[in-house]
Design a protein around this ligand. Structure first.
Ligand code: ZN
Length: 220
């Protein structure tokens, strides 16, 4: 069965399932923890729709390719086409707000980066984007103050606020739309706060938008 976007009440969202556009290094503290320079403009990459899996199902950790890192990110579901738009149009097009894990084969990525090659296989493999149900936009009054948290086996590992983003959400959507048309059903991942680490099979994961959305799942 294919992936389908859903609301937090479990109802299906009547949108197709499209691409996922992601931004790297959108929080200063995360760029620094991986010894990466802080970019001067958003660093974009994509995952195909085949990367999407429901976050509530056990998260499969790929084996045999080195460490698999979790990156907990605020996810924006797009409801209307966006091409070369400003921030106001971007805001109007938001159909949902949720959470994603941007799973990353860190050693594979490091090797590709050293060679100056694209990261694709380290970031866009099947199942690399567990995605939560989506809140309606009205549930999130201020996109500039959203607290995202990951707890692994009872220990808080990532805890960041959208206020810390280098490129805020609406500016990011506008920027993306200058390069790639965002289609209804596409998802934008807005970058990870500091605290990324290795995902171990057998770990219990709690992924949250604090006070608004919580997904309990398990790595296998
Ligand atoms: Zn990421």
């Amino acid at each position: 069965m294919g992936y389908q976007h859903v609301r937090t009440d479990g109802s299906a969202i009547e949108l197709p399932v499209g691409k996922v556009v992601c931004v790297g290094r959108n929080y200063v503290a995360h760029a620094q923890e991986l010894n990466n320079p802080v970019p001067t403009e958003p660093l974009l990459f994509m995952k195909p729709s085949t990367a999407l899996v429901p976050m509530g199902e056990p998260v499969r950790v790929p084996q045999g390719h080195g460490s698999v890192h979790f990156e907990t990110e605020l996810a924006i579901l797009i409801g209307e086409p966006l091409s070369q738009v400003g921030e106001q149009a971007a805001q109007h097009a938001i159909a949902g707000i949720g959470l994603a894990l941007d799973l990353t084969l860190r050693e594979v990525q490091d090797k590709l980066k050293q060679k100056g090659h694209p990261w694709e296989i380290a970031k866009a493999f099947d199942g690399s984007c567990p995605l939560s149900p989506f809140l309606t936009p009205a549930c999130v009054p201020d996109l500039g103050d959203v607290q995202v948290r990951l707890t692994v086996d009872g220990e808080v590992r990532q805890d960041g606020n959208s206020a810390q983003m280098i490129t805020p959400i609406l500016k990011l959507l506008s920027y993306i739309s200058q390069w790639f048309t965002l289609q209804p059903g596409d998802v934008v991942l807005t970058g990870t706060p500091a605290g990324v680490g290795e995902l171990q099979p057998g770990s219990d994961l709690r992924v949250e938008i604090v006070d608004l959305l919580r997904v309990d799942t398990r790595a296998v």
